[in-house]
Design a protein around this ligand. Sequence first.
Ligand SMILES: N=CN[C@@H](CCC(=O)O)C(=O)O
Ligand SMILES: [Zn+2]
Length: 413
Amino acid sequence: MAILLYNIKELFGIHPANEILRGSALANLPSIKNAYVIVEGEQIAAFGRMDELKHKPNDFNESLDATGRLMLPSWCDSHTHLVFAGSREGEFVDKIKGLSYADIAAKGGGILASAKKLAEASEDDLFVQSYKRLQEIISLGTGAVEIKSGYGLSVESELKMLRVIKRLKGAAKIPIKSTFLGAHAFPTEYKEAKEDYIKLIIEKMLPQIAAEGLADYVDAFCEEGFFTTEQTERICLAGKAYGLKPKLHVNQLNSIGGIQTGVKVDAVSLDHLETMTDDDIEILSKAKNTVGTLLPSAAFFLRMNYQPARKMIDAGCAVALASDFNPGSSPSGNMNFVVALSCIQLRMLPEEAVNAATLNGAAAMELQHEAGSIATAKKANLLLTKPVPGLAYLPYSFGNNLLERIMLCGDWK
Ligand SMILES: N=CN[C@@H](CCC(=O)O)C(=O)O
Ligand SMILES: [Zn+2]
């Protein structure tokens, strides 16, 4: 079954290699004007300039005239918490009224509120809720995603979350990576016995997760009032002993050494990064294997300062963009909005933003060999826009749905 997509106004993301893009390389989004793509089975079989196309549309089982439309690789969302139970819009209204994080926590809100709801939900119910969210982000153009646990915070509930992620992997067409985030918050009963919770993570949760093959990565919320750098490091090393590489929450609210710790444990990615010192940026810029993942919709939703994307790119960091889809700080998994926000508020160029949300997003979940760019033998996960003047129109015209069709593994969605 071969499909020809022809007369594409401009085809973006034709990276010759699958290298992580850092610094000035992020501004280079290679493209072909007046292009074609041939899809065979689940993969991109060929692409090039229309004047080089040797076949006619009728030679194919299916063909589509994409005159006036752009084509891009699907979004690669490398940081989400989309498995959760219920929602927290009550907190959202409390915040509008002026309540602080501490006030909300005192009222039983925050991560622990989601943990309570999750403990009460059955695995099947959690799967149904999460599957809907997954379908929603796929319809918005996401073609690869990472999903974390972290609203379980007990052996039973963390396993429940991870089993749901495993079921999502089986049910969805897109590649999914799974991250164990037992170290998201200390459960109330461990508030005065934090070391016991770390022990529970290392001695009970990790061995079971590894035995069932439930996670690809290990994560911790390295932050004041949450997990210290020392605890984060121990959890990462314990995870690594089971083959789980670290992907960490660092520098969201404070710079407490999360970047240094993350680089030390050779994290695949260090995520959030709202609060970065010049030292943090320099250390991250020198880390060859670590992607800095910016989550601008969390900064937007929490009314925080945005991530210093310009400084980071100018310093030579490898930068990715992700949605942080979660019920507390980013109840949206819309990567089109994330890309627009990164241009509007973080001053990323449209080319930088698209690279950060595709190839570097793929690299932040080690999927750069199958997703994130237009290349032969990669998955045919493609976005076809409506007729638009050019790439910059996408973030400029933020909030409007500019995607006309979405292809996943060679099938139209
Ligand atoms: N910062 C830590 N965790 C989530 C938010 C968790 C929540 O409020 O539910 C995040 O990435 O933003
Ligand atoms: Zn997060």
